[in-house]
Design a protein around this ligand. Structure first.
Ligand code: EPZ
Length: 427
């Protein structure tokens, strides 16, 4: 993969309109649900590295995968129920094949996901839930080896924490289990609701999606999944941050307004104008310098952890001091260290950041450390003086479809530049 950096010459206002792409975090579980049905056609699929990884994983397991023009098709051929380390290591969401494999084939060998930049990311809650459904699971040389002789059986599951992935794995496993499953303290994220809508259209019997109690009645099998993925609410929220920092006025289309209430409230509280002009169209306008605003990340419907870094970038320029608390991941403040290289005044204490807003930031070379951190650095660059160069942009391409192009079309002076050997990335 060629090495690139993103170069931004800041202080250009944004104007025009932009369309939000399909949701990465809804598309990924639905793509893996093709293991349950053996047949899937998914629309509005974003072109992302993570979608490519998910496709490669299914191909490795023996599925036929076709992708193009936002449509992804999966057909079951002869399936091997195991996954390789290198693909799981590249994308943690690969753990979402575990539930479907156990439900459909009664066995699975999935590489244990490692930690990642934002935390240890254990999967203990996934394993506990699948064991409750009758799977016999053990970890062997870095692989999770699972068996469900005679298939899975419905069970009562209560999560210690409303885990998004854990809920998705448990729901997909329960769809083909014998009998009824009740999941309590389930996660309520809109992406889970999207997954469940897709499963129900294919014949799954599920109730309670979007609440903390989900009931599933196992069925013999699913018909082909045909679905259109919801818009990406985190990409939509990222555009609110971009206008908050760069200024200007834009219209965002395919904006999933009903899934971003608290994020919209927080940006309005800070003084950004956010106006719904139709069901899925929003006008965003910066009328004045933003005011410092505090956030605490929480499971849905609280302020999403995936918007924390982008909100912090906006608060770096705000008037006053903001307190930003991260309660979901134990190490999701690394963007703060890079923002400080641009002159941001941030004091990080554990998982809390105190951000003292400044009038301006000065462009510099910065390193992206994880997906949302890279978005936060690009946003900060939009408002910084001079030139900001963001390295390790592969992080950005995991979760944003052509973000630099979309910002450039809105008037930002931003371009992607190939890095050659002699121009080493900052260590
Ligand atoms: C999903 O990750 C998203 N990824 C993440 O988005 C998002 O940040 C996260 O949910 C929270 O909203 C996808 O949907 C592909 P969790 P997931 O299980 O499922 C702990 C992005 O930027 N935990 O709700 O891994 C865990 O360590 C990504 O698009 C356990 O302890 O999130 C974390 O602290 C980043 N044991 C917390 O729960 C478990 O078995 C939340 O994790 C599972 C989770």
């Amino acid at each position: 993969m060629k090495k690139e950096k993103i170069v931004i010459r800041g202080r250009k206002e944004l104007h025009g309109k932009v369309k939000v792409s399909g949701s990465k975090n809804a598309a990924l579980p639905i793509i893996f649900a093709s293991i349950l049905s053996g047949d899937l056609e998914l629309h509005n699929v974003p072109e992302l590295l993570d979608i490519e990884t998910a496709s490669k994983l299914l191909e490795y397991m023996g599925f036929y995968v076709e992708r193009g023009d936002g449509i992804l098709k999966v057909q079951e051929l002869s399936v091997k129920t195991e996954t390789p380390y290198e693909l799981v290591n590249r994308m943690r969401a690969s753990i979402l094949v575990l539930g479907p494999l156990l439900a459909r084939y009664g066995k699975a060998k999935v590489s244990m996901p490692g930690g990642c930049a934002i935390g240890t990311r254990p999967v203990d809650l996934h394993l506990k839930a699948l064991s409750k459904l009758g799977a016999d699971l053990r970890v062997d040389h870095g692989f999770i080896v699972g068996e469900a002789k005679g298939g899975l059986r419905g069970a009562e599951i209560t999560f210690d924490f409303p885990t998004v992935g854990g809920t998705e794995n448990a729901v997909m496993a329960a769809v083909l289990a014998k009998g009824k499953t009740v999941i309590r303290n389930a996660a309520k994220e809109p992406e889970i609701v999207d997954l469940i809508k897709a499963l129900k259209l294919a014949g799954a019997e599920i109730e309670g999606e979007g609440t903390d109690t989900i009931e599933i009645r196992g069925v013999e099998g699913l018909s082909p999944i045909l679905y259109r993925v919801m818009p990406d609410r985190i990409e939509a929220g990222t555009f609110l941050s971009a206008v908050a920092v760069a200024g200007g006025e834009i219209v965002v289309e395919d904006f999933p307004y009903e899934t971003l209430e608290i994020v919209i409230d927080k940006f309005r509280e800070a003084g950004l104008k956010v106006e719904q002009i139709s069901e899925r169209k929003v006008l965003v306008k910066k009328v004045d310098r933003l005011k410092a605003t505090n956030v605490v990340t929480q499971p849905y419907p609280g302020f999403p952890t995936d918007m924390q870094a982008q909100f912090m970038a906006a608060m770096c320029f705000a008037e006053g001091t903001s307190v930003i608390e991260e309660t979901i991941f134990e190490n999701r403040m690394m963007h703060a260290l890079e923002l400080k290289r641009l002159g941001a005044k941030i004091h990080v204490n554990g998982t809390t950041a105190v951000v003292e807003g400044v009038e301006k930031l000065i462009g510099a070379k910065v390193n992206a450390t994880d997906l949302r951190a890279s978005a936060s650095l690009v946003i900060a660059g939009l408002g910084a003086e001079n030139t900001t160069e963001v390295y390790k942009v592969f992080h950005l391409d995991r979760g944003y479809e052509k973000l630099d192009k979309k910002l450039s079309n809105l008037g930002a002076d931003i371009e992607r530049v190939e890095i050659y050997e002699e121009e080493r990335e900052e260590v």
